[in-house]
Design a protein around this ligand. Structure first.
Ligand code: PAF
Length: 318
């Protein structure tokens, strides 16, 4: 057995910038001005899922690059009846996590710094997809998300921006905005981090009491049932039915939607890769999950099926 002592390095506390001027000054220093620069945008209450994003950013830029994390609970993406005031704020613990993940700069502005005029009159329109799925339940949410993401991209000027696949619709819309408005940034999607029972990590999980937390495990089970149904060749409707059945059998879960769509969240394809997206409420807490589903090649005697009443593109039987 090796007796070589292991060296432990104390994580370096990142520079914390509260204003645009502080941020610009920090990004002009040799330590944080290095290229490439990656940004990870968060609303704080950081958990292991965020840490994976931060570490992925650090790995990608390497020791020569710089990582900026933003911590900002963006009022623009919360509806009037949503949990803006209740949203967890754990700033010191967040900075400690950022340090452990090798972040160079934390940008944590106040709302008045981001929106000095109050409610902005110019915002980003997310297009039709912004009014579907999450957008149908949370009007204005994605306009708020894209507006703050656009501002933070300008302020942090990164080459790379990392977002989690857990908020899949957000990721798709950010990619669309970046392409449509020619932002000079590469968007990197990072797979969802899960608890041992499969529940996707989310800052909102801390709202669940133990009974609700146990119930919430039905959501990843529903996703798994959907993935299995796809593998069995059941098509999009079968996938949706299998996932919905698991949620209904759990009892006490309110299903907002269970849909199979294309990877770009357009209509579900009859064959090939789709995305199963689920939103469900456990008590007052809305939880999201999603996974890739392989709708497979068409099988003899089994037409490809699409779900959710969207335009079917049935595969011709061969
Ligand atoms: O995913 C989030 O935490 C937020 O929507 C984001 C991207 C930081 C914008 O406020």
């Amino acid at each position: 057995m090796s007796t070589t002592p292991t060296t432990s390095t104390t994580p370096v506390r990142p520079v914390v910038a509260r204003t645009r001027a502080d941020l610009a000054a920090a990004l002009a220093t040799p330590a944080a001005g290095r290229a490439p620069r990656a940004v990870v945008m968060t609303m704080g209450a950081l958990h292991e899922g965020h840490e994976l994003l931060l570490r992925a950013a650090r790995d990608r830029v390497g020791p020569a690059g710089a990582v900026v994390a933003t911590i900002f609970v963006n009022p623009l993406q919360f509806g009037p009846s949503e949990d803006l005031d209740r949203y967890p704020r754990t700033f010191e613990a967040d900075v400690t996590r950022c340090a452990a993940a090798g972040v160079d700069v934390v940008f944590a502005p106040a709302a008045s710094e981001m929106y000095p005029q109050g409610q902005p009159t110019v915002t980003v329109d997310p297009g039709q997809l912004g009014g579907e799925l999450e957008g149908a339940v949370r009007p204005g949410h994605f306009s708020g998300v894209l507006t703050v993401v656009a501002k933070l991209l300008h302020l942090t000027a990164p080459e790379l921006a990392f977002f989690g696949e857990k908020d899949y619709q957000q990721l798709v819309l950010i990619r669309r905005m970046v392409a449509a408005l020619d932002f000079p940034v590469t968007v990197v999607g990072v797979p969802t981090v899960r608890d041992p029972d499969g529940l996707a990590l989310s800052s909102r999980n801390r709202y669940l009491d133990p009974q609700q937390r146990a119930l919430a495990a039905a959501i990843p089970r529903a996703i798994a049932a959907g993935v299995a149904a796809a593998a069995a060749g059941d098509g999009a409707q079968g996938v949706e039915a299998a996932a919905t059945a698991v949620l209904q059998a759990a009892g006490g879960i309110v299903v907002d939607y269970v849909q199979v769509r294309g990877v770009d969240l357009g209509p579900a394809p009859a064959v090939g890769e789709g995305r199963l997206v689920v939103a469900a409420r456990v008590g007052a807490t809305r939880l999201l999950d999603n996974a890739s589903v392989d709708l497979g090649p068409p099988r003899p005697g089994r037409p490809g099926r699409t779900g959710s009443g969207r335009t079917d593109r049935l595969v011709q039987e061969t």
